[in-house]
Design a protein around this ligand. Structure first.
Ligand SMILES: *Cc1c(COP(=O)(O)O)cnc(C)c1O
Length: 356
């Protein structure tokens, strides 16, 4: 028998983050872009990747990629940028660097599950402030929780996953003012949102922005970036593995950032599809759909477990069932926007299932 005593009680008590199996299913569960890269782009990329010096370590800082990200996304000159193996790794680096004994991590809940998961793995105390039953955040309650708990790190997903809602910008500003710790603004869905927080980053030293290329069509390369004041990045750099971004990812991202018009077109198509699906869902009896500033919709039905299973087992469509994850998500499903055909199949499936 392996001796499990070597593992901390903390690790032994943590539930693993499970990715559900999707083989053979239409994948509407993980907020991926539904379109594969066009063939010409894949071929051009193949040529570029074939020239890479894979016997050499990658550029440690991803310097040329960072320069390209700064110009492509028009990020303020005076701020520093760091790259992560997905924004998941950036969340991990932020928490590793702040995991002092007794340090608290706070965010609204439900929100992105890796905030709590990573905090607890590192032995930090996670304080979740529950959303209201309409999925809004009680701002006064959140501000007084900051006062009470003095968190080392606050995470605000802007917009939020899994609700799809965008916080009021004035409120984000109040959180930055009130907090003596870091405030991480997670803009994973910024391409789909009506606003961003870059202006707040220029005004508040404790603001840290994280973004990802995953939701605009490059989930497979695992690349996220962090933008913050240089003195914060200087500390975070110490926990970053020297070669965390491999050569294939760096080269792919550099190539892809020259094709932003292609990605912007994809985002526009997804937004148009979302509007159609939203309108259709709003008219269906027995379902309630929430407006969303992301590439997914949150849908409330009478019996989420039944709808989820029927979608998966009878119609080969995989969505995310959020029932039993938090009281405010009772009987809700999170549905990523797919291609026109996938969304049509989803509508057909839902009308059949709900009729039964
Ligand atoms: C998907 C998601 C991430 C993680 O993105 P990766 O870059 O793929 O690790 C981070 N935050 C939120 C809110 C997300 O929904």
């Amino acid at each position: 028998m392996a001796n499990l005593d070597v593992f901390s009680d903390n690790i032994k008590s943590i539930q693993p983050y499970k990715v559900q199996s999707s083989s053979g299913l239409i994948k509407l569960d993980a907020m991926e872009m539904p379109y594969r890269l066009p063939e010409e782009m894949r071929e051009a990329l193949g040529t570029i990747l074939s020239m890479g010096n894979l016997h050499r370590y990658p550029n440690s800082k991803s310097s040329s990629l960072i320069a390209k990200i700064k110009s492509t996304f028009q990020l303020p000159e005076q701020l520093d940028i760091m790259m992560g193996n997905g924004s998941d790794e950036l969340i991990q680096m932020i928490l590793m660097a702040t995991a002092k004994s007794g340090a608290k991590v706070m965010s609204p809940v439900p929100s992105f599950v890796m905030y709590k998961q990573t905090a607890e793995i590192l032995g930090m105390t996670f304080v979740g402030v529950d959303l209201e039953s309409d999925l809004s955040l009680d701002e006064a309650k959140f501000l007084s929780a900051i006062e009470e708990h003095q968190p080392a790190v606050i995470f605000l997903a802007y917009p939020n996953n899994p609700t799809g809602l965008l916080l009021d910008k004035g409120f984000v500003e109040k959180v930055l003012e009130k907090s003596s710790g870091l405030v991480v603004l997670d803009e994973a869905y910024t391409a789909y949102a009506s606003d961003n927080t870059v202006d707040l980053l220029e005004r508040f030293d404790n603001a840290v922005l994280i973004r990802t290329l995953s939701k605009i069509g490059l989930a497979g390369i695992r690349l996220g970036y962090l933008v913050a004041n240089p003195v914060i990045c200087e500390q975070l750099e110490k926990v970053r593995m020297p070669y965390n971004i491999n050569r294939l990812t760096q080269a792919t991202a550099r190539f892809m950032l020259d094709q932003m018009s292609y990605f912007n077109d994809c985002v526009r198509k997804v937004l148009a599809e979302k509007e159609q699906l939203f309108n259709w869902l709003s008219e269906q009896p027995g379902m309630t759909v929430l407006p969303s500033e992301t590439n997914f919709l949150l849908l409330k039905v009478a019996d989420a477990d039944r709808v989820f299973q029927a979608l998966r087992d009878e119609h080969k469509i995989l969505v995310k069932n959020l029932h039993n994850t938090h009281p405010v998500l009772e009987n809700t499903l999170r549905i990523t926007i797919g291609t026109e055909m996938e969304n049509r199949k989803l509508r057909q499936a839902l009308s059949q299932i709900v009729q039964v």
